[in-house]
Design a protein around this ligand. Structure first.
Ligand code: BG6
Length: 519
């Protein structure tokens, strides 16, 4: 398919929020395992409320939150009400809340107890009658990963995932395994019960507005797509850094580290969307096929090259916003001698015709001075023929796709400085999508829940994406296992370990960031 056809059909890709009623089969019961957990309260319930405010929930919908606590639905909903006030994008509106409240139920469930599933099944069947949900189910596993397989199995054993005459989908939060073998094992259990089409592996970055925008920016603009290759691009830098530490997640994080927590999923998704070829069409599988091709083309380094091209770091004590913060090893539930990385920077090479010799520099870390996720495309310099001798070095053209906290696109180019002297300066065009108050972008989970309900899995990871990304990660992790790192190696509030700077300096480059004139 040519660029023109893609541009013509680009409007379809994200369908500009079609109403779920256009999908007659979207009536369902959303069953949330982990209903009393942080994710449900901070993200899922506020997202459902936002969707309701935007009239994007199907008429026939019920939600059943499952947890270990012995509380009533009223008590549960009181907590949800509070969470919505705190975390939803829309202000609390009592009429809207009542509508949502009438769809929410709480049930106590012991994940490993078969008889609880029998009771649950009877309860869900009864709700089908009351809400007209026809046996359709979404099972959302917002629980610790060690429970993914037992829940799946129990759903199957109790006849709750039979897919006969109605659909049942499963939504799985990350991490999907902790390496390739464990991910394969988990996948076998899940696909033994749910088909790939009904399996929704969440990477919440894919629900972010600007990630969805990457393909539109590329494939809907004549200005960008023709030069999106190694003839015109010098290097690409992808950064996702945060000021927060591990907070109360020490137990999980100390086992995972930044490589598994951020790189295996979010960072590789950013990379693939930036690098994919135009898909043959804009349907789910064509886009996923192209993403997999990028992952398959990623260079796997030899152990020696891992140390040259992949930097790891761990924060020590320092200051964030002038406030003292502890080092990683002093965080709650973290080993005082932990060798877990909280920062990763690496150079990735994609071996295909489009990207040969274009380095992708990628970094992610906790406790750096500013929270920011962005993709910076640095174009090659023009021949220094006309201007070099008169005006010195020209600045490179830069395109920045700003993912968060600001969403938008920034473009830097060269222009003459007003005045009698012929001086060239870099100038910027800066488009901010979420700066206007009336342009309140949906939260990632809104889009993802909306898509699960209507059965669109484009923004979820297909198994082979997960598989290839684990292969890439395992290669790095196994080289790292051979050497004990010298941690901590950066102070909280600094930009990361010195070696992350050297990684680019070695290639005659440096990390770029927006916010000020980029040189
Ligand atoms: C999660 C990671 O997936 O993403 C967290 O487990 C990280 O460690 C978070 O803080 C970052 O998400 P966001 O949307 O704030 O960039």
């Amino acid at each position: 398919m040519r660029t023109h056809d893609l541009i013509e059909r680009a409007g379809n890709i994200f369908q500009l929020n079609p109403q779920p009623d256009n999908f007659p089969d979207s009536s369902c019961i959303l069953v949330i395992f982990g209903g009393t957990g942080d994710l449900t309260h901070r993200k899922l319930m506020p997202a459902l409320y936002n969707l309701l405010c935007e009239n994007q929930l199907p008429q026939n919908l019920a939600m059943v939150a499952l947890g270990r606590r012995d509380i009533t639905s009223d008590e549960y909903c009181y907590g949800v009400y509070e969470s919505i006030i705190k975390f939803a994008r829309f202000d609390m509106d009592e009429t809207s809340w009542r509508k949502l409240r009438n769809k929410i139920y709480y049930k106590k469930l012991n994940i490993t107890d078969s008889s609880d599933y029998e009771t649950l099944k009877t309860f869900l069947d009864k709700l089908d009658q009351e809400h007209g949900t026809g046996g359709n189910r979404i099972y959302y596993l917002a629980v610790a990963p060690e429970f993914f397989d037992v829940i799946t199995q129990k759903l199957y054993d109790n006849g709750m995932a039979e897919n006969r005459g109605a659909w049942q989908r499963v939504v799985i939060e990350k991490p999907f395994g902790r390496d390739l073998p464990s991910a394969q094992k988990l996948n076998r259990v899940i696909t033994g019960v749910f088909s790939e089409r009904n399996t929704y592996r969440i990477d919440h970055y894919l629900g972010k507005e600007m990630l969805q925008n990457i393909m539109v920016i590329r494939f809907a603009n004549m200005l960008f797509e023709p030069i999106w290759n190694n003839q015109f691009i010098d290097n690409i830098q992808i950064t996702s850094c945060e000021t927060i530490g591990v907070s109360s997640r020490g137990n999980y994080y100390d086992q995972a580290g930044a490589l598994r927590d951020m790189v295996q999923n979010h960072m590789l998704q950013l990379l693939t969307l930036t690098a994919i070829e135009p898909p043959a069409s804009l349907d789910t599988e064509s886009i996923r096929d192209e993403k997999v091709k990028v992952l398959r083309s990623l260079e796997h380094y030899s152990p020696g090259d891992v140390f040259k091209n992949v930097v790891r770091g761990q924060y020590g004590p320092g200051y964030i916003n002038n406030e003292p913060v502890p080092g990683y090893r002093q965080e709650e539930n973290v080993s005082p001698t932990s060798g877990t990385e909280t920062f990763v920077a690496f150079k990735a090479c994609i071996h295909n015709f489009r990207w040969a010799n274009v380095p992708f520099y990628i970094r992610t870390g906790k406790r750096v001075p500013v929270k920011s996720t962005e993709i910076i495309i640095q174009f090659k310099p023009l021949p220094q023929v006309l201007y070099a001798r008169l005006f010195g070095q020209l600045n490179p053209n830069l395109l920045v796709i700003k993912i968060q906290p600001q969403e938008g696109v920034f473009f830097q180019f060269n222009a003459k400085k007003p005045g009698t002297e012929n001086i060239i300066v870099p100038v910027q065009m800066d488009f901010c999508q979420n700066c206007r108050l009336d342009n309140n972008s949906p939260e990632a989970y809104e889009r993802l829940l909306f898509d699960v309900i209507r059965g669109d899995s484009t923004l979820f990871a297909r198994w082979d994406e997960v598989e290839y990304s684990w292969k890439f990660i395992d290669n790095i992790a196994s080289a790292w296992k051979e050497h004990q790192p010298e941690f901590p190696n950066y102070a909280a509030g600094s930009t990361g370990p010195a070696a992350a700077q050297t990684l680019l300096e070695r290639d005659g480059r440096h990390w770029l960031h927006t916010g000020e004139v980029i040189t």
